[in-house]
Design a protein around this ligand. Structure first.
Ligand SMILES: [Zn+2]
Length: 356
């Protein structure tokens, strides 16, 4: 009798043990999924708080305003998102875009001489704040980007046979702007997170499809920018630890170097127009932008940390034209070329598109 009871008790216990084992096994299988779910949820919540909370229609306004200002819509949207702490309800992108604007003016007068005459520049200047631009154009401060461009056009057209005005609008980089506006470290990190290639485009854009004439399997489309240098020392990356600054930053281009890099020629990767030459570009050092119009598309290649510049704004260049020399200006770890490429305003990885 006792023996039988003992056996039944043993069976019961072993059933319980089996149940416990099964529970543990199930938990062990489920645990990773639970962890992944929790991590994703946390990631989503933390991303949601940094992503701009605007409707698609508002993003269309950002795209239109950015086009007028000559910056990218991503820059404009990120600028507002961060400085207004994601409270964009009452923000007018056409007003914000003005912050990206720079104005250069020249006044020329006709000087009569016995041999006929010549044009002489009597005045020129650069304006980089919205208030200085508005007051120079004698329009109300707080005028939006369209009003400013219209006023600039009016001044250009106000010339006569003996007075000529030259008005040129250009734009600031987001980097330039956030330094001027004294963004703090947290804000700069937020800007970097959002400018990480693709994040905003995936959310609001459909610009990531490359056009048909680009076939990356063919080994690139554009020329390799440094005929004498062939090693890629740093690739395009959404986030990396900056080698000098030590903080997390996106690497929005490709670094190319090699032996005897200093002074090595840098060429235009495609036919185009030089639209920007900066001889004191801060972190980027001496840098140049070349615009390439291909069909309806606008590509811009940017070459940084140069030691020398061989072109001027407005110059037409051919694929292969030497535009400068590799250098170590700005913030860097040695002479190399940092090249960036935008396709219709979107920063993309240049590496698959440049042919060695
Ligand atoms: Zn770089």
């Amino acid at each position: 009798m006792n023996e039988r009871k003992g056996y039944q008790e043993y069976k019961k216990q072993s059933k319980k043990r089996k149940k416990r084992k099964l529970k543990r096994a199930l938990l062990a299988i489920a645990m990773p999924f639970i962890m992944i779910f929790l991590i994703l949820t946390m990631l989503f919540i933390s991303m949601a708080s940094v992503m701009p909370s605007v409707a698609d229609s508002v993003v269309d306004d950002y795209k239109a305003a950015a086009e007028l200002a000559g910056c990218t819509w991503q820059e404009l949207l990120v600028y507002d998102t961060v400085r207004f702490d994601n409270d964009l309800e009452d923000v007018d992108p056409f007003l914000s875009a003005v912050d990206f604007l720079k104005l250069h003016y020249e006044k020329w007068i006709w000087v009569e001489t016995d041999e006929g005459g010549y044009w002489q520049e009597v005045q020129s200047g650069d304006l980089a704040t919205p208030s200085s631009i508005c007051s120079w154009l004698t329009i109300p401060t707080e005028s939006d980007i369209q009003a400013i461009l219209d006023a600039g056009k009016r001044v250009s057209e106000s010339g006569s046979s003996d007075v000529k005005w030259v008005i040129q609008f250009s734009n600031k980089d987001l980097e330039e702007l956030i330094i001027k506006k004294e963004f703090d470290t947290d804000q700069i990190e937020w800007v970097d997170t959002l400018m990480t290639a693709g994040i905003l485009d995936e959310m609001f854009g459909d610009l990531y499809d490359l056009p048909d004439y680009i076939d990356t399997t063919e080994g690139g489309y554009f020329a390799w920018p440094t005929p004498e240098l062939h090693s890629v020392t740093s690739k395009f990356a959404s986030v990396r630890i900056h080698p000098v600054l030590g903080i997390k930053r996106a690497h929005n281009g490709v670094d190319i170097s090699g032996s005897n890099a200093m002074g090595s020629p840098v060429i235009a990767i495609e036919d185009g127009t030089v639209i920007y030459v900066n001889l004191s570009g801060g972190e980027r050092g001496i840098n140049i932008k070349v615009q390439h119009k291909i069909g309806d598309d606008i590509w811009i290649s940017r070459y940084q940390h140069l030691s020398a510049v061989k072109v001027d704004v407005g110059d037409e260049v051919k694929r292969g034209t030497v535009i400068g020399g590799v250098g170590n200006t700005g913030i860097g770890t040695g002479p190399h070329l940092h090249i960036e490429l935008t396709y219709n305003g979107v920063l993309i990885d240049p590496l698959p598109l440049i042919r060695e």
